[in-house]
Write a protein that binds this ligand. Structure first.
Ligand code: ADP
Ligand code: TRP
Length: 324
């Protein structure tokens, strides 16, 4: 079974990325052949500064390794190190319907928020389909916001197969245990909404994002509905069922203030990520080691992508791939 997922290096990784994606990716390593990549080509739709893109890409690689990705069990690579994917994206764009892309929530949402749409932003789902289909992926573990993109991938693969025969493997979505993490303002936590709590923030920056979580105006003594509270929604991610139940009971009974639970959240974040923080520092000091991991990952991914592209080229009547 091939398991594949990607994360854009479009900003610093946050708790939504961790609980919605990365934790699940790491838990799956060893269960199948795992390919995890850093979607630097996708990030070009928002990060248009060379130094920043390189820095953020390395940050994502370091974060995966620091959080427990074992390169012996899962391949980690940069999307742009497998150029076959962009060729496949072009081929897929010739069978993907305009109407399909026009219905993409992520695109519509970004445009509604005032982002000037480039052609790349519009065709983003085609590149994502190529990412998935290039590796004959069976399972794609992601957060809820990506479900539509994987449905579109299945549609595009279906359209290709209908024309050219059973060439592409249709992937299944695998939602992680916590597919929608709320941000400090109660919307989905997202780099593009400025409502994130970063995994590796520390000191003042971490404190100010936690203390900035939006709450209502109920006083300490008032009973509160835990499900309606943004702090509870985030803090519960760190708690087992028992501790979660006890915290919910404290909310309902009254006597717990938002300041107090924010401090508990701060402590929970610090404790959970402390060992990973140390590992991250070690990795940041050893860029060669990180590059080696990415190069090995890319070599494996590339040979898988080339096998798929050979089939695709043949099916469409294109010549065999030139040597790499
Ligand atoms: P962002 O929305 O911050 O740009 P990405 O789109 O790069 O994050 O998401 C990378 C992965 O993290 C995807 O699998 C996505 O579904 C997951 N993810 C992002 N934000 C959340 C969230 N708030 N809750 C759950 N999963 C999320
Ligand atoms: N679009 C995904 C996101 O923003 C990142 C991504 C790119 C991806 N290609 C992928 C995720 C392929 C899963 C599979 O989160």
């Amino acid at each position: 079974m091939r398991i594949l997922s990607g994360i854009q290096p479009s900003g610093r990784l946050h708790l939504g990325n961790y609980f919605g994606a990365i934790r699940g990716h790491i838990a799956l390593q060893g269960e199948g052949e795992c390919f995890y990549f850093i979607a630097d080509l996708h990030a070009l739709t928002t990060i248009q500064n060379a130094d920043e893109l390189a820095l953020l890409t390395r940050e994502v690689a370091v974060a995966y390794l620091a959080l427990g990705l074992d390169p012996g069990k899962a391949s980690l690579f940069r999307q742009s190190d497998v150029p076959e994917v962009t060729e496949l994206a072009w081929i897929l764009s010739t069978v993907a319907g305009m109407g399909l892309l026009e219905r993409a929530h992520a695109y519509k949402d970004k445009v509604a928020r005032g982002l000037k749409p480039s052609v790349g932003l519009f065709t983003y789902p085609v590149l994502m389909a190529a990412d998935i289909l290039a590796y004959d992926s069976n399972v794609v573990p992601v957060g809820e916001d990506q479900v539509q993109h994987i449905e579109m991938t299945r549609d595009i693969a279906g359209a290709f197969n209908a024309l050219y025969g059973e060439v592409l493997v249709l992937p299944e979505t695998r939602l992680t245990e916590t597919p929608r993490v709320v941000g400090t303002d109660g919307q989905k936590m997202s780099k593009s909404y400025g409502n994130t709590i970063e995994i590796f923030a520390s000191g003042k920056a971490l404190k100010s994002s936690v203390m900035g979580i939006v709450t209502d105006s109920r006083g300490v003594a008032d009973p509160k509905d835990p499900e309606a509270c943004n702090v509870f929604q985030i803090l519960k991610l760190f708690l087992d069922a028992g501790a979660r139940g006890r915290l919910a009971a404290r909310y309902r009974a009254g006597g717990v203030g938002y300041g107090e639970v924010k401090k508990e959240l701060l402590a929970a974040i610090e404790t959970r990520f402390a060992p990973h923080r140390a590992e991250r520092e070690t990795l940041l000091a050893d860029p060669d080691r990180v590059e080696r991991v990415l190069a090995e990952g890319a070599a494996k991914a590339r040979s898988a992508a080339r096998r798929t592209l050979e089939r695709v080229r043949k099916a469409c009547g294109l010549p065999a791939l030139p040597s790499p």
